[in-house]
Ligand binder design. Structure first.
Ligand code: 8Y7
Length: 272
């Protein structure tokens, strides 16, 4: 069970986090209202399909993506969070590394901070502690602009475990509740295809730290390297990855294809 504000999320069954694409410039051009409305419809269908968390990000963290300013990020995410919060009772996750965005997002109604930089940016630890909401600490080697340039590890499982222990300590020292910590090995963030598949195989070792594990593999390029498929042709591979992660103890699966992921998790749960 994780708690935020007046909400609780039961993690005894694995939960699905739906990805909301708030792409660069999507709201700042002439199609503002149309695109805003389209995004809200996407949220509604993800909730109807069984997503309990909606993850909203205004900064693209794809390899090689450009950085955005705080103003741009706020412009993209705050109105969307307010709109979702007033219409639906799902959990809202804010995908950001910036303390100011965390603070604005949580006041606008976000329930969870999803930080691919694991609260290492200036002010982020303090902001997250003050906001008193759950935080997902993701592992990344390097930074988005260069992380896929031949990433190397002596032992990726040991090193990510060490990273988690260090970040957990930093969180606890900053006053973040133990019950608010979620861990994520960060598939595709400074990892080769072999690294990513090794992470799936050994995912259970991260659950042993005693915190819920989140896994995000949806449509990632690890499947392209294995299968040579474009992102919109990676559904079957993503579902296989989701099942394997749940079998290895993951409690939250971050995906584009909510309906299909909920189905495969239900099939898996029926055998438990
Ligand atoms: C992840 C993520 C992305 C992930 C968490 C993509 C924002 C790249 N991937 N957050 N964000 N875990 N926690 O392909 O794996 O979705 S962006």
């Amino acid at each position: 069970m994780i708690k935020s504000k007046d909400k609780t999320l039961d993690l005894t069954t694995p939960q699905v986090m739906g990805i909301l694409n708030v792409t660069p410039d999507s709201f700042s051009d002439g199609g503002h209202f149309l695109k805003f409305d389209h995004a809200l419809k996407q949220v509604e269908s993800m909730i109807n399909d069984g997503a309990s968390i909606i993850d909203i990000g205004g900064e693209s963290t794809r390899p090689g993506a450009q950085l955005v300013t705080i103003e741009q990020e706020l412009e993209r995410v705050v109105p969307m969070i307010e709109a979702i919060n007033s219409r639906f009772d799902c959990w809202i996750s804010i995908d950001t590394s910036k303390a100011k965005v965390m603070t604005a997002a949580v006041s606008a109604g976000a329930d969870l901070i999803n930080d691919v930089r694991a609260l290492q940016e200036p002010g982020a630890l303090v902001a997250a502690a003050l906001l008193n909401v759950p935080v997902c600490l993701m592992h990344m080697q390097g930074k988005p602009s260069s992380m896929q340039n031949s990433p190397e590890y002596d032992d990726i499982i040991v090193q990510i475990n060490e990273f988690f222990k260090q970040r957990i300590n930093a969180c606890l020292q900053a006053g973040i509740q133990q019950a608010h910590i979620i861990l994520d090995p960060g598939f595709g963030f400074g990892k080769t295809m072999e690294h990513n598949f090794k992470l799936i195989k050994h995912l259970k070792s991260f659950s042993k730290l005693g915190y819920p594990v989140l896994a995000g593999l949806s449509r990632k390029s690890m499947f392209d390297h294995l299968l040579s498929r474009e992102p919109n042709q990676r559904l079957a591979a993503s579902l296989a990855g989701a099942i394997l992660c749940v079998q290895q103890g993951a409690k939250i699966i971050r995906v584009h294809d909510v309906k299909e992921t909920v189905d495969v998790i239900k099939v898996l749960q029926a055998t438990q």
